[in-house]
Structures are given as structure tokens and as C-alpha cells.
Design a protein around this ligand. Structure first.
Ligand SMILES: [Zn+2]
Length: 64
């Protein structure tokens, strides 16, 4: 009997494990973006994939 193929966790599950590449705080999904709880950067989600590149992040009203 072949082994079960590896299952990817649901989107909500694995997004909870993502960290901000700028400050390593947790990210939360919000309005189609991933928003950092630490520095307030908002990373775009392109075709369902979070783009965790500091240069692509938008800043959310906080002084960095
Ligand atoms: Zn951050």
C-alpha cells in the first residue's frame, strides 16, 4: 500500500506560522494581505501566495 501523499496544511493553518522578514513578528491575513503585528508592514498576496519581500511591503501608518 503506497504511502499517503503529503498533505499541505490549510491556508489559515500555515499562514499562522509565517514571520515578517523584517522583524520576525507574526503575520496575520487581512484584506488579501499579510500584515505584521510588529512593524506594521503589509505584504501583498499574489495568486494566493504571500510575497514576503521587505521591498514589496506597504507601510501601515507606523513609523518604522
Ligand atoms: Zn514586521
Amino acid at each position: 500500500m503506497p504511502a499517503e501523499p503529503a498533505k499541505f496544511p490549510a491556508f489559515e493553518e500555515w499562514t499562522r506560522r509565517l514571520a515578517c522578514p523584517a522583524c520576525l513578528e507574526a503575520l496575520r491575513p487581512e484584506a488579501g494581505r499579510m500584515v505584521c503585528a510588529g512593524c506594521g508592514r503589509a505584504y501583498p498576496v499574489v495568486d494566493g501566495i504571500p510575497v514576503l519581500i521587505v521591498e514589496r511591503a506597504e507601510r501601515e501608518g507606523r513609523i518604522l
